[in-house]
Write a protein that binds this ligand. Structure first.
Ligand code: BGC
Length: 515
C-alpha cells in the first residue's frame, strides 16, 4: 500500500557510476560525522571519571562517594551533570538555523568549514579548561560546530551522489559518526587509567583531531552542482556535474537542477514556504524522523553505556570494555546498510531494523527485570547472565545501526525540493538535537522511576515508528533528488497535498513509466 518505488524515465539514464572524484569528495565530506560521533562517545566516559567530577562537579562527586543506597536503578542521578552534557545539544539546535541560511546563500561547503573550525576552538577550550565556565563555553562551541556540520553534510552528500548510489554515499556520514563514537570509547578507555587525574583533558582535547580533518576537508571540497546553480553559477555547475558523474552527457540531470533552481528563485523565504500544504509530507518527515530516531532509545546506550553497565553489575573496567563492544558492533552494522540501502531500499531496512530493535529491547528489559525486580536490590550477576544482556544490547545496536541510525539522516536530506532543502534539514537537526537533549536529561531519572520498564517504553515507541514508516514513508531509493516530488505525488496519502502544477522537473520528465 505504502511502498512502491517510483521509477522515473530519466532515472535509468542518469543513474551514474561511482567516479573516484565523487567517492573522494563524499568521503571527505562524511568526515563531518566524526566530530558528532566523537562527542557522543567521549562525554559519557569523561563524566564518569573521578578526577573530572572532583575538579568541576565536586558536589556530584561527594554525593556519589557517599551514596550507599542499594538500588541499582537510582545511582548517579545528577541533573547538574546531565545539564553539562546537554548544553551542547541546545547550542547545536540553535546553530542549525543559522547554518540553514549559510548553506543556502553561501553554499554547503562554507557551513561545513564553519562547523569544523568552531568545533576546533571548542575542543581547545575544553582540553585547557580550568573552570566550569571554560568547560561550558567550550561545549557550546562544540555544539555550534555540530549544528553546522549536521545541517550541511547530509545535504552535501545527497546532492553530490548519483541517484542510484545516494544511500551508500550518504551513509558515509553515519559511518563516520560510528567511527567517532568508537574512537572516543577507545580513547576514554585509555585515558581513564592515566595517573595524575588529567586523563579527561586528553579525552576532551583530542576532539581537535576530527575537527582538523573535517576543516581541511571542507576547505578543499568543491560545492555541489545544485548549490552552484542555486547561486547563479550555471556553467561551473555543469562542469562539476560532468566531473562527478564522469561523463559529458549530463544534460538531463542538468535540466532537472535548473528547473529546481528556477522554482527555488520564486521563493523568498523558505521558512514561510515550508508551512504551505504542498510541503506537508516533507515537513512531517523532517520532524517525525529525527524524533522517532531518538525515541528508539539509542542514546541511552551511547551516552550511558558505562553507567548502564555499572548499574547492571559490571565493574568499572568491564563497563568500559562493554562500551567498546557496542562501539564495534555499531561500526560494522552500519556497513550493512551502506551495502544494501540502494538495493533493498530505505523501507526494508526501516521495517527489519524496527522488528529487531523491538525484540531485543523486550529481551533486555526482561533480563534486567528478572534479576533486579522492582526494588532494584543489588544482586551478583553471573558472567553468563551479564554476557547475555550485553549480547542483546549488541543485537539492538546492530539493528539501529543499519536502520534508524543512517536513515535518520539520509531520508530527510533527500526528500526536500531545493527551495526548502536547507531549511528542512535544519528542522531535522534541531528536532534531533532537542530530543537527544531531552533523553539525556531524563534518562537517569527515568531509569530510577521506570526501572527495567524503560526498555519496554522505548520498545513501545519502536512499534509506533515502524507502523508509521510502513504506512507513510514512500520508497526513495534510486530516484533522482530533484524528482522526488513525484514520489510524494504518487503516495496514497501524501499525494493529495500536491497539486499537478506543483511539480516542476526537467523537460524530459513528466511521464512516469511505473504509472
Ligand atoms: C544519531 C545519534 C546516535 C548515533 C549512534 C546517530 O544517527 O543521530 O543520536 O548517537 O547515531 O550511532
Amino acid at each position: 500500500m505504502a511502498g512502491g518505488a517510483i521509477v522515473s524515465t530519466s532515472n535509468k539514464q542518469y543513474g551514474g557510476k561511482m567516479t573516484s572524484f565523487v567517492l573522494l569528495a563524499c568521503i571527505m565530506a562524511s568526515s563531518g560525522g566524526l566530530i558528532f560521533g566523537y562527542d557522543i562517545g567521549i562525554s559519557g566516559g569523561v563524566t564518569s571519571m573521578d578526577s573530572f567530577l572532583e575538579k568541576f562537579f565536586p558536589s556530584v562527586y561527594a554525593k556519589q562517594q557517599a551514596d550507599s543506597s542499594t538500588s541499582q536503578y537510582c545511582k548517579f542521578d545528577s541533573e547538574l551533570l546531565t545539564l553539562f552534557t546537554s548544553s551542547l545539544y541546545v547550542a547545536a539546535l540553535i546553530a542549525s538555523f543559522v547554518a540553514s541560511s549559510v548553506t543556502r546563500v553561501s553554499g554547503r561547503k562554507w557551513s561545513m568549514l564553519i562547523g569544523g573550525v568552531t568545533f576546533l576552538v571548542g575542543s581547545a577550550l575544553n582540553g585547557a579548561a580550568v573552570n566550569v565556565l571554560m568547560l561550558i563555553l567550550g561545549r557550546v562551541l562544540l555544539g555550534i560546530g555540530i549544528g553546522f556540520a549536521n545541517q550541511s553534510v547530509p545535504v552535501y552528500l545527497s546532492e553530490m551522489a548519483p541517484a542510484n548510489l545516494r544511500g551508500t554515499l550518504n551513509i558515509g556520514f553515519q559511518f563516520m559518526i560510528t567511527i567517532g563514537i568508537f574512537g572516543a570509547n577507545l580513547i576514554n578507555y585509555g585515558t581513564a587509567s592515566i595517573k595524575g587525574g588529567w586523563g579527561w583533558r586528553v579525552s576532551l582535547g583530542l576532539a581537535a583531531v576530527p575537527a582538523i580533518i573535517m576543516s581541511v576537508g571542507a576547505f578543499i571540497l568543491p560545492d555541489t552542482p545544485n548549490s552552484l546553480i542555486e547561486r547563479g553559477y550555471g556553467e561551473e555547475a555543469r562542469q562539476m556535474l560532468q566531473k562527478i558523474r564522469g561523463t559529458d552527457d549530463v544534460q538531463e540531470e542538468y535540466e532537472d537542477l535548473v528547473a529546481a533552481s528556477e522554482e527555488a528563485k520564486t521563493i523568498k523565504s523558505p521558512w514561510a514556504n515550508i508551512l504551505q500544504s504542498k510541503y506537508r509530507p516533507q515537513l512531517t518527515m523532517a520532524i517525525l524522523i529525527p524524533f522517532f530516531q531518538q525515541l528508539t532509545g539509542i542514546n541511552v546506550i551511547m551516552f550511558y553505556a558505562p553507567v548502564l553497565f555499572k548499574t547492571i553489575g559490571f565493574g568499572g573496567e568491564a563497563s568500559l570494555a562493554s562500551a567498546v563492544i557496542t562501539g564495534i558492533v555499531n561500526v560494522f552494522a552500519t556497513c550493512v546498510s551502506i551495502a544494501t540501502v540502494d538495493r533493498l531500499g530505505r523501507r526494508a531496512l526501516f521495517l527489519q531494523g524496527g522488528a529487531q530493535m523491538f525484540i531485543s529491547q523486550i529481551v533486555v528489559g526482561t533480563l534486567i527485570a528478572l534479576k533486579f525486580g522492582v526494588s532494584g536490590e543489588a544482586v551478583e550477576l553471573s558472567k553468563g547472565y551479564a554476557s547475555f544482556i550485553v549480547l542483546f544490547i549488541c543485537v539492538y545496536v546492530a539493528a539501529f545501526a543499519w536502520s534508524w541510525g543512517p536513515l535518520g539522516w539520509l531520508v530527510p536530506s533527500e526528500i526536500f525540493p531545493l527551495e526548502i532543502r536547507s531549511a528542512g534539514q535544519s528542522i531535522t537537526v534541531s528536532v534531533n538535537m532537542f530530543f537527544t537533549f531531552v533523553i539525556a536529561q531524563v534518562f537517569l531519572l527515568a531509569l530510577c522511576h521506570l526501572k527495567f520498564g524503560l526498555f519496554y517504553f522505548f520498545a513501545g515507541w519502536v512499534v509506533i515508528m515502524t507502523a508509521f514508516i510502513y504506512f507513510f514513508l514512500p520508497e526513495t531509493k534510486n530516484v533522482p533528488i530533484e524528482e522526488i516530488i513525484l514520489v510524494w505525488k504518487r503516495h496514497w496519502f501524501w499525494g493529495k497535498f500536491i497539486a499537478d502544477e506543483d511539480i516542476h522537473v526537467g523537460n524530459h520528465m513528466h511521464k512516469d513509466t511505473s504509472a
